[in-house]
Structures are given as C-alpha cells and as structure tokens.
Design a binder for this molecule. Structure first.
Ligand code: ADP
Ligand code: ZN
Length: 730
C-alpha cells in the first residue's frame, strides 16, 4: 500500500486561505495567514514587488505547496467587508464576465479608509486658573466651560481669539489634552423632521413603498411619475421608513443630478444633509464617508453609481432616481449597469428597491407592466402646474432659410414669450458651433487625427475639437488637402451657432449658452442655474446639461431645435433615448402656475417618437417599442452581449476578430454577428471591431461567452472587452 507521507501537523495557527486582490486576475490566490479570519476580512498581501490591500475570499484551492505560499498580514482592528457585499462582488463579476478582483477594486477604492484612525488632539478645561486672565483668555475658558473637547483651531474660532491664546492656556495648565475622534460624526437624519403633506396619489405610492421597507424583504417598485409630480417627495417617505427602522438608505442619482439643490431638499425633509459619494469628494471626505457607511453611522447616502459598492452594514432601501439614465452604465474597466446591479444588491441585501423615472427604460416598463415590479403611478404634476402642450413644427413645410435653424413659428413663440416677460429654453444636444467643417473647394472634411470622427468647430474659442479624444487644433486658414484659402464652411448647427442666430433676432434679450464648454464644473453650473431661477437670464440655449431635473418657475417655452438628432443612429436604444431626452426637456416648461408650451422642430412628424411626444401618450410609444423589440428578439425579450476588440495595430485587431468569429461555438438559440468595424472605427488611435451575441432569453449567455472565450487566445496587442447588456453600440 502506498501511503502518502504524512507531515507532522504544525502546532501553530497557520491557515491557508484564498485571497482576492483588487486586480485584473482570474480569481483568488492562496496565501498563508496566522489567524483564522472570516470571508471579507481585509489583509495586506504581497504580489510581485508590491503589497496590496486585499480580502479573504474563500477556502484555499490547495494546489500550490504550502512552502511556496506567500504570507498575508491581517490589518489591525480587523476591518471586514460585509458578507453580502462579498456575495454581490462575486455576482457582478460572474454576470459581467469581469475578473472578481476588478470588481473588488470598486469596493476598495479608498484604501486609506482601513488605516487606523488618526486621533486628533482636543482640549478641555483643566484644573488651574491662569495667573494672568486677559479678556481673550476668559472668552476661551468660557467656551471650554461646557466640558466638550475641542481642537486648538475650533476653540480659537469659537472664542474669537488667536490660536496663540489657546496655546498659552495649555501651557498654563488651564486646558488639558484629551483625544478627539478623527472625524466629526455624521448627523443622524431625522425621519420626523418635517413632514410633507402628500397629495392623494403621492400618499398611496408612499404607503406602498413604506410597506415594502417595513417588510424588510426584497421587492422592486417602479415609481412612475410625470415630471414635477413629486417623485422625490414620495420616495423620501421610503427613506424615512428605513431610518425609523434603524436601517441605512442609499439614493443613487446620475452624477449630473447630484446637486446642492438635491442635498438641500434632503436637509429640508430630514434636518441635515446626507453623506455623499461621488467623484468630487476629497480623499479625506471619502475616508470619512466610507468608514461611516461601514460602521453604520452614515444612515443615508446619496451617491453616483459607484456608491453601489459601498460596505453598507444594514441597508434598508435603495432608490435609483432617473433610472433610465445612460449615465448609470459604466463603460470602462468593469463594465456594468448600476441600475441593474442595484436590483441585484437589493436582492442580496434582502431589501426593497425603488426605481423612479418619468420615462422608464423599456426594460423596467416591461417589468412593471408584467407585474414583476410594483407599478406606482403619479400621473399629475403637483399643485396647480399642468403638463405643457407639445406641438411639432414640420420642417419640411416651415423651412428655415438656409444657414438658419429657427423656423418662423419658433421665432414667433420666442418673441411672444419674451414680450410677456417669461423665460425660454432652446435645446440642441450638440456642443460647439458646427459639427462639421468642410472645404468648399475640394470637399475635404476636417476629421480627427486619431479618431474616425469629425472635428467639431468651436467658434468662440476659434478651434476644431474632437469630442471623443479631446484633440484640438486652431481653425486653419488654408485647407490641408487643396490649400484653398478661406474656403471652409461650417455645416449644421451646434448651440453656439443657434445662439448667434438668436442674438441676431433678439439682440436685447439676456441669453446664456449652457453646455459643458461654457460651464466648467459643478460650481459654474450651479451659478447658471441660480441665475436662470432668479430670472437674470431670459433665454438659455443648452445641451442636455439643462434637460434634467431643474425647476424654473418662469420658464414657459421650450424649443427643440432638432428633434431628429439622435434618432438617426439606428441602434437598439436610439429611439428610446430620443424619446426620453425630449420628454425630459419638455418637462422643463410650465412647472409653476403658468402653462408651458413645447415646440419641436422635426422632419419626421409621422414618427412614433414624435407622435407620442405631441399627443402626450407616452405608453403608446412604449407599446410600439415593445413590439419592435419583441420582433427583433432584442432586450428584454432576448439577451445581447457585445465583444469589443481594440488595438493600435488595425490588422491585428481585424485578424483577432476573424479568429474569434471562427471559434464561436454553436449554441442553441445563439447567434453571433460580426466582426464589423465599430461605428467609430478608430478612437484615440485604436482600431475597434465589434461582435454581437444575440441569444434567446432562456440561454445562459455568460456560460456561452465563457466557453467561447476559453477557446481563443487574443494577442497581447489586442484588448478584448465584454459588454453584457450593451447600452452603447459605438
Ligand atoms: P419630479 O421629481 O417628479 O419631477 P419633484 O419631486 O421635483 O418632481 O417635485 C416637483 C416640485 O413640486 C418640487 O418643487 C417639489 O418640492 C414640489 N412638490 C411635490 N410634491 C409636493 C408636496 N406634496 N407638497 C409640496 N410640494 C411638493
Ligand atoms: Zn479624436
């Protein structure tokens, strides 16, 4: 008999364990560790020359000899990610075909959060009274008399004395040293701070949501309310219920909607601002929020999509506001849809989720109408405000003169609005002056050097800009192809060009352009919004930056310069996107007492998107779209996944595409399309090819993709990205 050699059992507490590093690796690696740590515990683990913050993930594989294993070190105070977050990370990795380490990296974005707390020095009233008692010293001692510990800085500030005065008191023994926590505590939002009297529909919806929170079980609800119906007021009640039950609440917003206004509205209802989570936080603020979420101290968090990966310890409800927004899709690194993954997180946490929108995604609409999600409707605007009247302007008849973009009916409406002292918004989702600049002599189109895209003319800054890679070049004098001088013509309008036309028509109106070129960062955007709200501006000409969420009581006219823009891309979601955007923009008009009017210029007034906008029959559009998708076996009636190949060597990319396509395994109910050049064939100098997998609903598309990708080895020069449930088809 061949007995394996038994090693003498080690009498120490050495454990082998699978540890996940926050890197693009295929899975966890075995390490040894001196302590028995549960899943989710954070450690530092060496890999190559570096140490990483990593996470105890699962039992060891046991394939590598123990002697060869590296040692991981526990972190003092043993911080630990909640088990549910670990399960969530595994789930997201599995679904999106991303390496679990890359998903873990989303949850460990703030490594500093696990460093031991840095105690600050604070001071309290000490036993001795100083010999020399100046007025300043007396003031400082009076403040310190309440016994609370304060830093030198805050005591000096509160007493209105210089820090030197405080130091003098310390030296004199009149103030003694004590520890202060590193951060001030988050104030606890008070669910009973200020009640909003809800109208009947809001009340019914809020009751349903509160019931869902009270059940402490998973459920999904669509809060489907027209713009201005008070969706926020309504879902705040669900947040209040979670707070009452001692739980945490997460509100996800598209980054652009994360405004001071929103935080203030929260504070009006709950008495303090929520914890925030978005790209604008400093690393200190991140550390503070992260730790407070993990300990449960932060009870309400408002954040952008990455907040979904925070270590909540007792989540009671998730709200996804503007759930249809494309901004929820993360397109780089770990490619995931935050709305869909939020539903998964709610399921894992066993708490309810609320999806709110005036124009839900078709997927959510179908889930609501099939009964899978509860469908809560707010069909009216709150108060006396009514939905605006929407009219189409048929550009085939009401043609604007060549080189102009505002038709006569729209000009008349603008004149009438200005006449009556009200405000207007002209919407065109295109930055700059003109999307295309070409040479009239030879027809040469100015394109980007490293992208297959036109350069957009920005006349205000006198340059041509690539909106994909940021490449810029001054507006040249001569054509680079035929050298003809002053032969360039601008084709088509951008907001700057519409502004130019507007100013020539209404030279005395106060006009502002609102796009990401003219408004730099949140502060300037806030300032512009405030100026508009205070009626310091008569007309805003803007891109989608002004389409969302804002409330301007005096705004009664919305003009859509080109209603057909966007609908022409022809991808799966372009019609839905156009409808959502125009509906959202239209919703800016007439939000207070005065009724609103929306004029949409279009060349396709017969199109369902336009007809539904004009009739106000939103669901007619959704029902037609549902039929299209059903026929095409497109999501949610079938499954899509895209494979995007890219690289600087175009031939290698194309060759890799052919190889992949040839290696596609046959699968029942699966079709593979492509490879085809992507819409933007070259971006940032990288050639891009796409393949699309289309599968019937019952197919396990992840298993199919895994089997397929296991068969091929992409050359190092070609990057392969998998996009499950793609939103963008570029
Ligand atoms: P939505 O998000 O559905 O577009 P909002 O929640 O922004 O709508 O509400 C629109 C406006 O109506 C806001 O100014 C809001 O404060 C107000 N409002 C909504 N519901 C109420 C209510 N029950 N009582 C008082 N004001 C309300
Ligand atoms: Zn470019």
């Amino acid at each position: 008999m061949n007995l394996p050699l038994l090693k003498p059992a080690l009498k120490t507490n050495v454990q082998r364990v699978g540890i996940l590093l926050p890197l693009r690796l295929s899975g966890s690696y075995d390490y040894i560790i001196d302590q028995d740590l549960p899943r989710g515990s954070l450690v530092t683990a060496p890999l190559g020359p570096r140490e990483y913050l990593a996470c105890v993930w699962r039992p060891a594989e046991g394939e590598v000899e123990e002697a060869k294993l590296k040692r991981a070190t526990p972190i003092s105070a043993n911080p630990r990610l909640p088990e549910s977050l670990c399960d969530f990370i595994d789930w997201v990795a599995q679904y999106t075909l991303t390496s679990p380490g890359l998903v873990l990296a989303l949850a460990l974005r703030v490594p500093q959060a696990f460093e031991p707390a840095v105690a600050r020095l604070g001071y309290v009233r000490g036993p001795t009274t100083p010999g020399r008692l100046t007025l300043a010293r007396q003031r400082a001692l009076d403040i310190a008399a309440d016994g609370l510990a304060r830093s030198i800085g805050s005591l000096a500030e509160e007493a209105n004395v210089s820090p030197a005065v405080v130091r003098g008191l310390i030296d004199a023994g009149s103030l003694t040293e004590t520890g202060l926590p590193e951060f001030d505590r988050f104030t606890e939002p008070d669910p009973e701070f200020k009640f909003t009297t809800l109208n009947l529909e809001q009340e019914a919806a809020a009751r349903s949501l509160c019931g869902a929170v009270a059940s402490e079980r998973f459920s999904a609800s669509l809060l489907d309310g027209v713009t201005g119906s008070g969706k926020t007021e309504t879902y705040f009640e669900a947040v209040a219920e979670a707070l009452r039950r001692g739980k945490q609440a997460l509100i996800l917003l598209p980054e652009i909607a994360l405004t001071v206004q929103f935080l203030d509205r929260f504070a009006e209802r709950f008495g303090c601002r929520p914890a925030e989570w978005h790209s604008d936080l400093t690393s200190k603020e991140r550390r503070r929020s992260y730790r407070a979420v993990m300990s449960g101290e932060a009870r309400a968090v408002v954040g952008a999509r990455s907040a979904l990966f925070l270590p909540f310890s007792k989540l009671g409800v998730i709200v996804v506001d503007e759930e249809h927004e494309q901004a929820y899709k993360q397109e780089e690194g770990a490619i995931y849809h935050a709305r869909d993954m939020a539903v998964v997180r709610a399921r894992i946490e066993n708490c309810p989720i609320v999806l709110a929108s005036a124009t839900p995604s078709l997927e959510t609409y179908v889930n609501a109408s099939s009964g899978r999600y509860k469908w809560l409707k707010l069909p009216r605007r709150h108060g006396s405000a009514v939905l605006p009247k929407v009219q189409l302007i048929d550009l085939r008849r009401a043609r604007a003169e060549a080189g102009t973009w505002l038709s006569q009916p729209l000009r008349d409406a603008l004149a009438a609005t200005l006449e009556s002292g009200e405000q207007a918004l002209l919407f065109l989702n295109r930055r700059g002056y003109a999307p295309l600049t070409l040479c009239e002599t030879c027809g040469h189109k100015m394109t980007c050097r490293q992208c297959s895209a036109w350069l957009v003319q920005h006349r205000y800054h006198r340059k041509l800009v690539c909106h994909h890679c940021g490449f810029e070049t001054p507006l040249a004098h001569a054509c680079p192809q035929c050298q003809a001088v002053t032969s360039f013509v601008a084709c088509g309008p951008g907001v700057e060009r519409v502004a130019e036309e507007f100013t020539s028509l209404f030279p005395h109106a106060r006009m502002a352009i609102a796009s990401s070129d003219t408004l730099h960062g949140p502060a300037e955007t806030q300032a512009a919004i405030r100026a508009m709200a205070k009626h310091e501006i008569d007309v805003v000409i803007g891109t989608q930056i002004v389409a969302k969420g804002h409330h301007f009581p005096q705004l009664t006219l919305v003009g859509v310069v080109d209603g057909d823009l966007g609908g022409a891309d022809g991808d799966l979601r372009s019609r839905e996107r156009t409808f959502q955007l125009l509906h959202q923009v239209s919703g800016r008009a007439g939000r207070a007492e005065k009724p609103g009017l929306v004029l949409i210029q279009t060349r396709n007034p017969e199109d369902m998107v336009m007809k539904a906008l004009a009739s106000g029959d939103r669901n007619a559009f959704y029902e037609q779209e549902r039929i299209y998708r059903q026929r095409a076996q497109a999501p949610p009636f079938g499954r899509f996944a895209a494979i995007i190949l890219s690289g600087t060597d175009g031939d290698a990319v194309r060759e890799c595409g052919r190889m992949l396509s040839a290696a596609a395994p046959p699968g029942r109910g699966v079709k593979v399309w492509g490879p085809t050049p992507a819409f933007y064939q070259i971006l940032r100098g990288r050639t891009r090819e796409r393949l699309l997998v289309q599968a019937e609903r019952h197919v396990d598309i992840q298993a199919y993709l895994r089997a397929w990708l296991a068969r091929v080895q992409c050359p190092n020069a070609v990057r392969l990205a998998v996009d499950v449930d793609p939103v963008s088809f570029f």
